[in-house]
Structures are given as C-alpha cells and as structure tokens.
Design a protein around this ligand. Structure first.
Ligand code: 3HC
Length: 709
C-alpha cells in the first residue's frame, strides 16, 4: 500500500477475535478493493489458529451502504470466482456482523451471509436495489425469504424500504438488538466470544423452514405480481425481484443464486436502471450549492413559526409537526386561526380514518402545532414562513411587521408561488435574511421544496433553507428569483400546450391516457380537476392583463364559465359521480371543445400518442433551457429533481431533461425548430438548446454559466 493510502479493510486480533473493519468513507460502499479486503480478512481469520471467531464492523457512520453505485454500468473488474458472501458461506469460524447506521443492498447481503447479526437501535437495514432498477444480486433474494418467509421478503425487496433495527429484530433479520447507548464493538466482541465454539456455524442458506409458506400458497407470487401492476408499470426490476424470490422457493440455494445473477445481469444496464441511478445522483447534486461553501455555518431553525393558517400555511405547519418540530402558527383574525386549526385536525383525522396514521400519533402532532394570536408571540422564533394570500400589499405589510418584531438574525421566508421575493425583502430593513420557500400543494404531502434566492439573500440563509427543507422531509432545490421561479415556469408551457392540442382536435381523455401510459400517476387534465379549475382561470386573467402577448386559452375559460370547477362540484374536464373520484369523459366537454375550436377557426386533426407526449414535454424542455440560460437554476439535473418531486414525473425515466436526452438533443432541437416554423413564436428554440444541439452536448449536462442570478 502506498504511503498515505487508506486501508479499506483492516484486520486486527483482539484476544482471539478477528475484528474486520471496513473503512471507506462516507458510507462504506463496496468500491473496488473493499470486497477483496473482506474476502482476504475472512480467509485470514480462518487460516489463523489464534482466531476463534470474527466481527465485521464499519468505521465511521455506517456498516456498509451497498455496492458502489458509481461502478454500475462501467466496465468494472469482475472478482472472478469469489465474492464476499461465498467466502463467508465457507467460513468455518463464526462471523458476527455488527451493524450501525445503514446496512443496505450488498451491505446487508454480506451481513446475511455472516452467521450472526447484532445492531444498535438506530440502525437501518434493507435491500433497496429495486429503487435503482436492479435486484439484490449477492444472494439477498435467496437468503431473505429463508429468514423472514417469502411473503415478507416480497414486500421488503419490491419496496426497497429501510427497515428500522427494532422491526428487523422482530422479523428475525437481526439476532440481537442492543440497548440504547451500548458500545457496538464491545457488544460484538462479547457476542463473538459467546458463539466462538458453536459448530457447525449457523447459515441462513441452510434454513428452509420458512420457504414452506410458498408450498402452502403457490399462487402468492402471481397474486403479488398483480398487486403491484399499477405502481410497477413500465418497469422490469420489481418483477425480476419476484422471479428471484420465487426461485428461492422452487430450486436449490445454489441454483437460486445462479438465477438471481442472471436476472441481475439483465437489469444492470436497462434503461430504467440507468435512469434511476441518474435520479439518485441528481438528488444528491441538487443539495450542492457551488457558490456556497459546504461548511457554511447554518442558522438555527429549531423554533419555527408560520404566518397564515389557510390551506397552504396549515400544510406547512403539518410538515413541521410531522417531522418532530414544535411550530407556532398565526393568522390575521382569531376566527381564521380557529378555522385553520380545525382544517389541520380534519386533515389528520382523514389520515387516521385511512389507517395511515395512528390516533395517538395524530394527537402528538397536533400538540406540536401552537396557535398564537399576535406577532409578539413569534418574535423569538428562529424562522418564520409567511403563507398568506398571494397579494403583494398583504405580503409587504406582513414583512414590515415581521421586520419590526423579529429577533435579529431570524430568517424570514415567503411561501409564494410567483411573487418577486425582492418585493418582500425590500419591505424589511434586513433583506439579507429573506428568501422564498415555495411549497407545492398539498404542502404536507408534496416533496418538492423550492428555495428562491432573492437578490440580497445571504448565503447562510440559503444554505439553512435547503437544510430546513430536508429536515421536514422534503427535497430542496434552489431557484433564482424570476416569474414562476423554476418548477412552475418550466411546467407552464406544458399546461399551455395541453389546451392548445384540444383546440386542434385532441380530447382531455386522450391526453391523460398518453401521460398515464408514460408513467404519471394521474393525467394532467384529471390533475387540474383535482386542484380546481378556478385557480387557473384567475391566473390566466391576471397574466393576460399583465402581458400583452399572453396567449389566451379560450377552451379552458369556457369550461370554467360553464360552471365546471373540477372535482369540487362534480364536473370539470370530466364528470364525476357524487362522492366518487373516477373521471368519466363528458360529451358536454367535447361539445365545448369542438364549438370553441370552430369559433377560433382552428383546423381539426388527429394526434398520435407520441406527438402528444412530445408536444407537452418538449415545450417544457425548451423553457427549462431558457431558465438555465438565464442563470435561474444551477443544473439541468436540478430541473429533473424538481419534476420528479413536484409533478410526479416517472422516476424510472430520470426526469424531464434526462428523458429528452434519451431521444437525443439534436432530434429535440430539430422538432422544436420545425414547430417554431409551424406554430410561431412560442416554439422559438432557446439559444442554449441550439448550442447544445450543435455541440451534441446532452441536455442533462447543461449548467448555469456564470452562476445563479
Ligand atoms: N454507492 C456510491 N456512492 C454512494 C452510495 C453507494 N451505494 N451511497 C451513498 N453514496 C454517496 C452519495 O452519492 C454521497 O456522495 P456525495 O457526498 O459525493 O454526494 C455520499 O455517499 C453520502 O450519501 P448521502 O448524501 O445520500 O448520505 P445520507 O446519509 O443522506 O444517506 C444512505 C445515506 C441512506 C446510505 C444513502 O446514501 C443511500 O440510500 N445510498 C444508496 C444505498 C443503496 O442503494 N444501496 C444498494 C446499492 S446496490 C447493491 O448493493 C447491489 C448488490 O445487491 C449487488
């Protein structure tokens, strides 16, 4: 080993116990050298007569977080013949896996191939491979069903969820759960001494008892395939996981491992696996703010307050309470506050009725939301999120008041979906402490948390905002200040095109079907019905007044003017049976569309599914390029993260820009240029898109040149 080079796997003899320490920061991924190090250590322990048993433990914050995802899809060297789990299987001396932090994927598979597993209570274990489009490829699909039974294994492996150690202990994945505060290494050494003489060493591969479940109920696999059909559509990995678990129940262990490997190989470079890997890293990139040092000291946020107890403010307060924060909430009048608190309770009660929240937990969360009547009551809060009406004078007034009462250094955020943040900032004497935090409705559910940089927002305020979003379970993304910021602005042309295609002869149900087939959980017209059509109506009127060139959308207006407001009154782009949420195509809507199109003199034609898809998404790709060109977002991949978490874009397609790259930047550009000729200015290709197409540079690599503005 060269001087200064880190030893990835260490072996030491501690009174006859061989302690194998994996040390590959930050998460002990199985990068090249780590599996080889584990193999060598286990073999050394077996060969050394002074060693009676072994402990496998991770240095730093985790056990082993799995294979090194960066290595997938590359021509990584194959460790011929031996893999760590084979060597662990062959070990004649007991090996105890000592788990803290995360034991995920290949990390848990190694622990499962060891003979015993102990863990601290805060540890999490899981087989999350399906989330990156593959399956556990190191025996996980064969050992897990033997340990927990095939039914539970199906749930764990196809969801990929992280299982908290206490639950893992109940399931039998962990043999011993240590008490809070126990010293893991010491406990593992003691455990290893206790079991050092057990022969033969116990191996999960030899335990077949639980597999009998599948003999009793051989139809469970097909039933499970059917049960995931909706959420797993267009994907292969969840089905391959099921196939591998089924193999565990029907063929020998060794044949099952072979089958697992074949299935793994089919997935490793599939389109979905590549897209999901991209999404994984894009979600980590989005947290990095290139112009703000990573070690920037964050401001405190333990003590938050929300102004405005409407739907949005209430949802924001719930996000805090759901994530363990005590939060104060206030509104202009005691009545409004009371109504808001009642709505919050009603929202929680719905979750309790649906079974997704326990009644006790609801009371705990409600007890964390503290209604207060005056601004003086929030003066000592660390952070305030204003979520009042989207009207400039109201917001200005609130920021003036906040400026007067809040303690120095408190952070002032505005939850606006479109108002210039500088207007609020300039209403205070401390614009450096002001930024935007744009939640998406419903605020307690949607994951995207768009942080908006005002022209004077201090770096530590932005870094704190990004961190706060993560603390309340969101995915934070940074946007420059500008009309619609990044997420909504990039989505706006999509919304426009979907209406224009109706003018040309498409129907809402056709457009929705295309997008659902593509992978959205629900089509865009059905989504509009869910949110209510009156909001869009008001926005269009405002925009038409503000921008002389604003393209009107007469069909959308007519629908609202015909009294169709969406699900809330049982008719919108669809009709709804009383008390139901199923959208039924409505001949009246088709009539309004045809009639309005005739009045507009637009020629009618039919659309292919592909044309619908491209019209909607290319319009947004072009706008996203403009946003990048204007320096309003750092990276194209940030736009992708926003689409994944703000709009339900199918994750296995990577994101808007990644998806467009799969078609090819030149083809996207050529199509947009052709539509520019045909439809006019709204399709003018963005200069950045043209430059990328000329250079053949993938869209996903585009960055804001010259920083975020
Ligand atoms: N491979 C490569 N890099 C990884 C990694 C992995 N498995 N897991 C995490 N990292 C990197 C991240 O990219 C990040 O790098 P950066 O600082 O340069 O951006 C760094 O480690 C820290 O990660 P996070 O910011 O995500 O840290 P958190 O503490 O928030 O989360 C975690 C930790 C829960 C372990 C999360 O990183 C995670 O979910 N990792 C992926 C786990 C996984 O999917 N494992 C299975 C891999 S597939 C496999 O094992 C195949 C096998 O069956 C054959």
């Amino acid at each position: 080993m060269a001087e200064g080079e880190r030893e990835l796997v260490r072996f030491e003899n501690v009174d006859g116990i061989g302690v194998i320490t994996v040390d590959n920061p930050p998460v002990n991924a199985l990068s090249p050298g780590v599996p080889e190090g584990i193999i060598a250590a286990v073999e050394r322990g077996n060969a050394d007569p002074a060693i009676r048993a072994m402990v496998l433990i991770g240095a730093g914050r985790s056990f082993i977080a799995g294979a090194d995802i960066r290595q997938f899809g590359t021509r990584r060297p194959v460790v011929l013949g031996k893999r760590p789990h084979d060597v662990l299987d062959a070990s004649r001396k007991p090996v105890v896996a000592a788990i803290h932090g995360y034991a995920l994927g290949g990390g848990l598979e190694i622990a499962l191939a060891a003979n015993y597993r102990i863990a601290v209570p805060s540890a999490k274990v899981g087989l999350p491979e399906v989330l990156i489009g593959i399956l556990p490829g190191s025996g996980g699909t064969q050992r897990m069903p033997r340990l927990v039974g095939p039914k539970k294994a199906l749930e764990l492996i196809t969801s990929g969820r992280h299982v908290p150690a206490p639950e893992a202990h109940q399931l039998g994945i962990i043999d011993e759960l240590l008490p809070e505060g126990a010293d893991l290494r010491e406990a593992a050494l003691a455990f290893a001494r206790r079991v050092a003489d057990v022969r033969p060493v116990p191996r999960i591969r030899d335990r077949d008892g639980k597999l009998a479940e599948a003999k009793v109920d051989p139809g469970m696999f097909d039933a499970f395939r059917k049960s995931i059909a909706r959420r797993a559509r267009n994907q292969k990995a969840p089905y391959h996981c099921i196939d591998a678990i089924e193999a565990a129940c029907t063929v020998s262990f060794d044949e099952g491992v072979k089958r697992e490997r074949e299935l793994f190989d089919e997935l490793e470079n599939s389109d979905e696996a590549r897209a999901l890997r991209y999404a994984f890293f894009a979600e980590r990139e989005v947290n990095k703010l290139p112009d703000i040092p990573r070690d920037t000291k964050l401001r405190p946020t333990d003590n938050p307050a929300v102004i405005g107890a409407g739907t949005m403010g209430g949802g924001i307060a719930m996000s805090f309470a759901d994530n363990g924060f005590d939060v104060k909430i206030t509104d202009a009048t005691p009545e409004a506050l009371e109504r808001g608190m009642a709505r919050i309770r009603a929202n929680y009660e719905t979750s309790v009725k649906r079974g997704s929240l326990g009644a006790d937990e609801m009371e705990k969360r409600l007890a964390r939301i503290h209604p207060v009547e005056s601004y003086d009551d929030i003066a000592d809060c660390d952070v305030v999120i204003e979520a009042a009406f989207e009207q400039i004078p109201i917001k200005e007034e609130i920021f003036k008041k906040l400026d007067a009462v809040m303690k120095p250094g408190a952070i002032l955020f505005s939850n606006t979906s479109g108002i210039d943040i500088d207007i609020m900032a300039n209403a205070t004497t401390r614009p450096q402490d002001v930024a935007g935090t744009h939640f998406f409705a419903p605020a307690n559910v949607m994951k995207l948390f768009e942080v908006v940089k005002g022209s004077k927002s201090a770096p530590d305020v932005l870094a704190t905002a990004m961190d706060l979003g993560r603390k309340i379970g969101k995915v934070s993304g940074l946007a420059g200040n500008g009309d619609g910021f990044v997420a909504n602005r990039s989505r706006a042309p999509f919304s426009m095109e979907m209406i224009i295609m109706l003018e040309e002869g498409a129907l809402p149900e056709q457009v929705d079907k295309v997008m659902v087939d593509f992978g959205y959980p629900i089509g865009p017209f059905a989504t509009s019905d869910l949110s209510g059509l009156d909001i869009g109506y008001d926005t269009r009127k405002r925009r038409a007044a503000q921008y002389p060139n604003y393209r009107k959308q007469p069909i959308a207006d007519r629908i609202v003017e015909a009294g169709r407001l969406g699900q809330k009154n049982g008719k919108g782009w669809y009709r709804y049976e009383p008390g139901e949420r199923t959208p039924y195509p409505d001949p009246e809507v088709a009539r309004i569309i045809t009639q309005t199109a005739a009045e507009m003199g637009v020629e009618q034609r039919s659309f292919t599914d592909d044309e619908i898809l491209r019209r909607l998404l290319f319009a947004s790709v072009n706008e996203a390029c403009r946003i990048l060109d204007e320096g309003k977002v750092w990276r194209a991949s940030d736009v992708d993260v926003m689409w994944l978490h703000g709009f339900g874009f199918p994750r296995y397609r990577g994101g808007l820009m990644y998806w467009a790259d799969m078609i090819g930047v030149r083809e996207v550009y050529n199509q947009i240029a052709a539509w520019h000729q045909r439809y006019g200015e709204r399709w003018a290709p963005s200069p950045l898109l043209r430059r990328l197409a000329e250079a053949g540079t993938p869209l996903r690599e585009a960055k804001a040149e010259g920083g975020l503005r």
